[in-house]
Design a protein around this ligand. Structure first.
Ligand SMILES: [Zn+2]
Length: 139
């Protein structure tokens, strides 16, 4: 399995995610959320930032279903989905992830044919792999 590549700017994202919490880097001066994490605000050029907690709710903005040829670890799990989620609390912030049936479920657990753009999803955390995942929001 590929491990996340954690750099200094993104380290807080992974530290909060490991606690099951989704936070978005936000400018401490103008309040603009930004992703991926980076040193400088694109709106006001401030270097001050906070990590704002968000609900973890979002909607599927787009998705793909990768097919072989894939890296060997992923080829074994295909077909699976890769979704792009727009956060409800921070419109414009979109995170890449996988829609699964429940936290900790394998990549291919959610039938790719059932993925729909616009579906409401919720952030969960797979403690075994250390990776964020998404599940359908329970209504
Ligand atoms: Zn700013």
């Amino acid at each position: 399995m590929l491990e996340p590549l954690v750099d200094a700017d993104g380290a807080p994202f992974w530290a909060y995610a490991a606690q099951g919490e989704l936070r978005v880097q936000t400018c401490a001066d103008c309040g603009e959320p930004r992703f991926p994490p980076r040193p400088c605000c694109p709106r006001c050029q401030s270097f001050a930032n906070d990590w704002r907690p968000v609900s973890g709710q979002g909607r599927i903005w787009s998705y793909v279903v990768p097919h072989p040829p894939l890296l060997p670890d992923y080829a074994e799990q295909a077909p699976y989905n890769v979704i792009l989620v727009e956060l409800t609390d921070a419109p414009g912030i979109r995170l890449v992830g996988n829609l699964v049936t429940e936290a900790g479920a394998p990549l291919g657990s959610f039938d790719p044919d059932r993925v729909r753009i616009g579906a409401k999803v919720q952030f969960v955390f797979d403690h075994a792999t250390g990776l964020p995942q998404w599940v359908l929001e329970r209504t």
